[in-house]
Design a protein. Structure first.
Length: 743
């Protein structure tokens, strides 16, 4: 038996925790926290430490599959590529836009995967790209684009110096930070309060993070935008705007002040549930601190006015003098100037509009909430083929039952994944991808290219184990697909020829050495990326298994250096489209009050401690406890009593779109009239998840609405939280064999 130990880092969330891997006979047998890692402080969550069991599951895809009737048959790569290529060539003759792509979250945690997926679609000539960002974070990109000129300028809190941190719409103790790389969040939060700083949590639930905070305030779901309007009104009222600072580096202050003038706390207290006195005290704590920051997350973005709410939060940070200041929010620098690179190569300058709803592109993609419509609506440029890569939209997207119907009408559905999940189970062809542990890599885009790290470091990792059987990396898959479809990656014959040459040389080298199949030389390509950015070599960082120190973000490195890429190089506090949208908020307030007075329940999201998104339910060790065999309907004990529900009872949760049935759990930490259901469950429709498909649970996202009238206009975000629902005691049993949980 051969046993070796090596170092790597996790690639399932932003924290990217340093890991120590034990490898026995070519397989990872154990993952442990790297206690000496300078960036992640010896921390890793249980999901990260068990991920190798997900990759070594008997369910792992090992060769291409073709759907024949209601089952799949293994085929060769040459057959899969030839047949896919033939169909794509046929469809492109009708319209290049008939081919679409969905890029999931897992793709983002690989450096090369999303680059080559985008390059494939450029070669196809189609702008019909959809991503998971419009389910959780596109609001942040939309606000950054309008305020700072570049969607990837994402200011983040200076955790080492902040004196007052307002956390709203996120629960970092469980979910880690949004975008920002922060390992060991409990330790970091305790360090903040230990030095006497304030942490104020505003959330409909008394979360795990709230329990570590100095102050907690319950807010009603979908009221964030009204909270921020009144907060900013109070900032002006208390004379806390740093006008000289604003006048030097920003514009639009007068329009912003005019907007919030009509939104005193007295007007919004009923809908937010936060009293005038509470809000005034919060504003005073925030503005009197020597360094303050508002921290938001997916709970903001998935609400109905997620972009406006995030914009107002950023505006508050800015006008109070906390943007680009120690203890406030900072804008990091990556290994190269991404904004300049993007501008030079016109990465995000496309101006296409969607066929359905006329939505603009954001970061080169359209809202996922209109994908079903683009497939189901006849006409020129109707989508007839989809490539799905690194994601499972039939579990994660709004109204995914309808999307399932749409996918079943496609002439071609190709899924690249490690499992036969719900989406792959409907595919015509399924292509087996490598796992994160089977590829060399660098940290993902946010720490590497944007410098979004609270403890700055650089790292590199080799592939820990070889691909098995016919598994291939996604970059090589899209290179081969491009050849099969008669196109060139990045719409460049030179790029296609050069990459094919690289792959050919690598494959010949592998055969001479007796290695397994080789595609593109990923390690070489990552090395070239580092060298071109003058960041040393791949091997340089590989020799530093505990992370190599990098210079972190610093104050006065964004505004005085004119890094914003707006035309005047200033922060735009009052983008015209945002102001126009905000002028309709009086009507929105009335609608929210009507729902409140009607006694409507609101459904919010919640994470399960032992599972991650929709990925890890197929790991037996993470789902073998009594509380991990299903997701639950959580509600306040007083609401349960009023509804005649007890723990374990089956309850129906009904929205305007669908109904699901789940067992009840009471949770005193939830505000009354607020209910919660963890997402990522309901795998009964998957043909290749032997653990996940045999446990219970319902897919909460089928309760959300899709279509152009039901997604946010500014960013294309779906509304996955704050959904009005009715709750009733179920009249029948809970099924373990349906997405909805109803027989």
């Amino acid at each position: 038996m051969t046993i070796t130990t090596t170092h790597t880092f996790c690639r399932i969330c932003e924290a990217s925790c340093g890991l120590e891997a034990t490898i026995e006979n070519g397989k990872v047998s154990k993952l442990s926290p790297n206690k000496d890692h300078i960036g992640t402080l010896g921390f890793s969550c249980m999901k990260g430490l068990h991920q190798h069991k997900m990759y070594d599951s008997p369910d792992r895809l090992k060769q291409p599959l073709k759907r024949v009737g209601d089952h799949f048959e293994p085929i060769s790569w040459s057959q899969a590529l030839a047949e896919i290529g033939q169909k794509v060539r046929q469809l492109r003759k009708q319209s290049e836009q008939s081919v679409g792509m969905y890029v999931g979250t897992a793709a983002g945690f690989s450096m090369l995967h999303p680059i080559f997926a985008e390059g494939f679609m450029q070669g196809i000539g189609s702008h019909n790209i959809y991503s998971s960002s419009t389910q959780d974070c596109a609001n942040r990109f939309a606000s950054a684009k309008e305020m700072y000129g570049f969607p990837f300028f994402q200011p983040f809190v200076d955790l080492d110096h902040v004196e007052c941190m307002l956390i709203i719409g996120t629960n970092p103790v469980v979910s880690k930070w949004t975008f920002l790389q922060v390992a060991h969040p409990v330790k970091r939060l305790k360090e903040i309060t230990k030095r006497g700083a304030k942490i104020i949590v505003v959330d409909p639930r008394y979360t795990e993070t709230a329990k570590l905070a100095t102050d907690y305030h319950a807010i009603r779901p979908n009221a964030d935008v009204f909270f921020f309007l009144s907060f900013l009104h109070e900032v002006f009222k208390q004379g806390a705007v740093k006008r000289d600072y604003v006048n030097q580096y920003m514009n639009g202050l007068d329009q912003l002040e005019s907007l919030v003038e009509a939104w005193p706390a007295e007007r919004t207290a009923e809908v937010t549930g936060i009293s005038v006195e509470q809000l005034q005290a919060m504003v005073a704590s925030f503005t009197q601190a020597n360094g303050a920051a508002i921290v938001t997350g997916t709970g903001i973005g998935m609400g109905k006015q997620g972009t406006l709410a995030h914009w107002l939060a950023e505006a508050i940070n800015a006008v109070t003098g906390n943007l680009d200041q120690q203890g406030g929010t900072l804008v990091g620098r990556g290994i190269f100037d991404f904004a300049e690179f993007a501008d030079k190569n016109e990465l995000f300058n496309r101006q296409h509009r969607s066929r359905v709803g006329r939505f603009r592109e954001l970061n080169g993609g359209f809202p996922g909430g209109i994908l079903a419509d683009e497939i189901l609506t006849p006409g020129e440029q109707q989508i007839k083929a989809m490539f799905v890569t690194g994601g499972n939209p039939l579990l994660t997207m709004a109204n995914s039952q309808r999307l399932k119907d749409a996918f079943q009408q496609l002439e071609l559905l190709v899924v690249t994944d490690i499992y036969l999940n719900e989406t792959a189970s409907l595919a015509h062809y399924v292509l087996p991808a490598v796992s994160p542990l089977q590829r060399p890599d660098l940290p993902f885009i946010f720490p590497l290219v944007l410098g979004m790290q609270s403890k700055p470091y650089m790292a590199a990792t080799e592939a820990l184990v070889e691909p098995e059987a016919e598994q291939r990396d996604e970059a090589s898959i899209y290179l081969d697909l491009a050849s099969a479809c008669g196109i060139s990656l990045f719409d460049s014959k030179i790029a296609q020829w050069s990459l094919r040459l690289l792959a050919t040389v690598n494959r010949i080298s592998g055969k001479l050495k007796g290695d397994a199949w080789r595609g593109l030389p990923q390690r070489f390509m990552l090395d070239m990326m580092l060298r071109s950015a003058k960041q040393g070599s791949f091997n340089t960082w590989l020799k530093q298994p505990d992370g190599g120190q990098r210079q972190g973000a610093k104050a006065n490195d964004f505004l005085p250096t004119q890094r914003p890429t707006t035309k005047d190089r200033k922060v735009h506090l009052a983008p015209a489209s945002f102001i126009t949208e905000a002028e309709n908020l009086a009507n929105v307030l009335e609608q929210e009050l009507q729902l409140l007075h009607a006694g409507s329940f609101r459904l919010i999201t919640k994470r399960s401690h032992s599972t991650h998104n929709s990925w890890t339910q197929n790991i037996d060790e993470l789902t073998n406890g009594a509380n991990n065999q299903t997701n639950f309907l959580y509600l306040n004990p007083l609401d349960a009593e009023a509804l005649g529900l007890q723990e374990g009872d089956a309850a129906d949760i009904q929205s305007a779109t669908a109904t699901i049935r789940l067992p009840v759990k009471t949770l005193a930490e939830l505000s009354q009239k607020t209910v919660s259901v963890p997402h990522g469950w309901g795998h009964q429709g998957a043909k290749g998840l032997s653990v996940a498909s045999n446990i219970a649970g319902a897919n909460v996202n089928i309760l959300a609405s899709d279509g152009p009238d039901n997604i946010e206009s500014l960013s294309g975000m779906a509304h996955l939280t704050g959904i009005p629902v009715s709750i009733s005691k179920a009249s029948g049993p809970i099924s373990t064999r349906s997405w909805s949980g109803i027989d």
